[in-house]
Design a protein. Structure first.
Length: 253
């Protein structure tokens, strides 16, 4: 049975900006209170909290830096967020990094940083959520390119492949009281260092010949987090971009 999220509190990592913010606002519109995690974007996080409050929901900003080998940033974050908000029913792992690297120049440092922030930290948060609360919903943000590869962001895509495997393994391990799902966005927002023109050019390679929006991803998040009979699923919000790998070989990123 599908239900709304009234009476539920969600911790959304990376909720100050971009897709994380859109998901936080969408969950608030469905009745959830939100713990807004951020790293450096304090002003944006406070703005997100204020917008959530205008929707009639409660919001709490919480700062934690996951990067640079700082496990103290994510270890204990679920417990801190729960203490702040009086408990959690949802965890959304949206925070990530997107550094450029190729097979020719990727270094162990690149691998470790991407793996820690994009895969290990979400896993630790999810494991802590399961241990502390024993029931609820977990949602991981992956990437449509895990269908194949991203040759210009090697360490990043390796970490997202790992997160997808973790998502499916956790769906089995944490069942029946915790559902674990993922979303794989496609061309939604320009990556750091790129502009809208870059994204529009890339949009020509999408079967639907258009770009998506953060709100489209947020809508998928609401769908998964209000379902009572879906777990271990990874929903692609990409206009069919994942099909490229099956029809034309590696995507020209």
């Amino acid at each position: 049975m599908v239900r709304d999220l009234a009476g539920t509190t969600a911790l959304v990592t990376g909720a100050a900006k971009r897709i994380g913010r859109a998901i936080a606002l969408a969950l608030a519109r469905e009745g959830a209170d939100i713990v807004v995690h951020y790293s450096a974007s304090q002003k944006a996080a406070l703005d997100t909290c204020r917008e959530i409050e205008t929707l009639g929901r409660r919001a709490w900003p919480i700062k934690a830096d996951f990067a640079g080998g700082r496990p103290a940033g994510y270890e204990g974050l679920v417990e801190k967020a729960g203490n702040l908000a009086g408990g959690l029913g949802i965890l959304v792992n949206s925070a990530s990094i997107f550094p450029a690297s190729t097979l020719n120049n990727v270094a162990l440092k690149d691998f470790n940083e991407s793996m820690e922030l994009n895969a290990w930290a979400p896993f630790v948060l999810a494991r802590d959520f399961a241990r502390l609360y024993g029931k609820g919903k977990i949602l991981n943000l992956i990437d449509t390119r895990v269908t194949g590869y991203d040759w210009n962001h090697a360490a990043y895509i390796w970490s997202k492949h790992v997160l997808m495997a973790m998502t499916r393994m956790m769906a089995i391990e944490f069942a029946p009281d915790i559902a674990v799902n993922g979303i794989s966005p496609g061309l939604i927002l320009p990556p750091p260092g790129k502009d809208e023109k870059y994204l529009l050019e890339m949009g020509k390679t999408v079967p639907l010949k258009k770009l998506g929006t953060a709100e489209e991803v947020a809508g998928a998040a609401v769908f998964l987090l209000t379902s009572e009979f879906i777990t271990g699923e990874v929903v692609r919000v990409d206009g069919g971009r994942h099909l490229w790998e099956y029809t034309r070989g590696p995507h020209p990123d």
